[in-house]
Design a protein around this ligand. Structure first.
Ligand code: ASN
Length: 337
């Protein structure tokens, strides 16, 4: 009986969505030229026999796309399936294989809306499985290792890339050609080595069980768009996005989410018309936008995204707008999540 309990393996479901981890190239030398989303989940799992020592693993192909093409409907579809599995008592952990281009967005979305403390791990690769030194196998092995561990419970949605365990909220694709592509301004939470995880810190922001958002109550996501800022920027894109129906515009600002004097009047006018203006920063290694520091946000009734990069700010804005259109409430959410 004792032996039986000791060797009881966790049940882990791998939900496959495509990406380079399911990619295939013409030759082993093709590490960057290949087609994403080609290989099915059964084949990926069969390629790593060592998984069977970590957990009882089964796969499900939810979609088969390159992650740059993920839509809001795809996010909702995936989120609902994760939620169903998390509610099942036969499932101990969930892994999602995903393209790396928007992996940080999906991971943050799930971190906000999944009401579970079971491990949810999002994983991708930078090289297709057909390439020399492909990174997908080990990344997926690590993801299953973390998903099947008790220590990963209650830590929010996690990402395992390059031997690191990152918070899905903080992590971002910072480099697009190296296998050490994913980093967080605040550092990884831990490491996973030879199938064992080593933890060093915990996420500080609200997530999953402690979140006020629930995928079960989200029918659709509102239109939130991003406008990129730079020297000599004009208001053309901001106005066009609002005209096309954006409920909020994420200002992907320079530096501290600063706003060019050329576009300030237009952003004020858009806010008066009901569009939420959310100031974020597009600096590479981690923006940090403070309220009323670069612009009088109180006076203009704008929101700041704090340390969320523009693409993560879009995710939180969409989810938040399913609950409220009050700018003070939105700002509270941007501080708390
Ligand atoms: N490395 C990758 O997965 C990139 C690919 N374009 C994707 O996001 O699906």
């Amino acid at each position: 009986k004792e032996v039986e309990t000791q060797t009881k393996l966790a049940n882990v479901v791998v939900l496959a969505t495509g990406g380079t981890i399911a990619g295939a190239g013409a030759s082993a030398a093709n590490s960057a030229t290949y087609q994403a989303a080609k290989v099915g989940i059964e084949q990926l799992i069969a390629g790593i026999p060592e998984l069977s020592k970590l957990a009882n693993v089964r796969g499900e192909q939810v979609m088969q796309i390159a992650s740059e093409s993920i839509t809001n409907d795809n996010l909702l579809q995936l989120g609902r399936r994760v939620s169903e599995l998390a509610d099942s008592k036969d499932v101990d952990g969930i892994v999602i294989t995903h393209g790396t281009d928007t992996l940080e967005e999906t991971a943050y979305f799930l971190n906000l809306v999944e009401k579970t403390d079971k491990p949810i791990i999002v994983v991708g690769s930078m090289r297709p499985g057909t390439a020399m030194s492909a990174d997908g196998m080990l990344n997926l092995y690590n993801a299953v290792a973390v998903a099947s561990s008790k220590e990963a419970r209650g830590k929010g949605v996690l990402v395992t890339m390059n031997d690191e365990i990152q918070s899905g909220r903080d992590v971002s694709k910072m480099i697009n050609i190296k296998t050490e592509a994913f980093k967080s301004a605040w550092g990884p939470l831990g490491m996973v080595v030879e199938g064992k995880s080593y933890w060093f810190r915990l996420p500080a922001k609200r997530h999953t069980m402690d979140s006020e958002f629930d995928i079960k109550n989200i029918k659709s996501l509102p239109d939130v768009e991003i406008a990129y800022s730079y020297g000599n920027v004009s208001d053309t894109s901001y106005k066009a996005l609002a005209q096309a129906g954006a409920k909020a515009i994420i200002h992907a600002g320079t530096g501290n989410g600063s706003v060019s004097s050329r576009v300030v009047p237009s952003l004020q006018a858009l806010r008066k018309d009901g569009v939420q203006i959310i100031r974020s920063s597009h600096v590479n290694a981690g923006g940090f936008v403070l309220r009323n520091a670069e612009q009088p946000d109180d006076k203009y009734d704008w929101v700041v995204a704090h340390d969320l990069n523009p693409q993560k700010a879009r995710i939180l804005a969409m989810v938040a707008l399913t609950k409220t259109n009050d700018s003070k409430e939105l700002q509270r959410m941007f501080w708390e999540y």
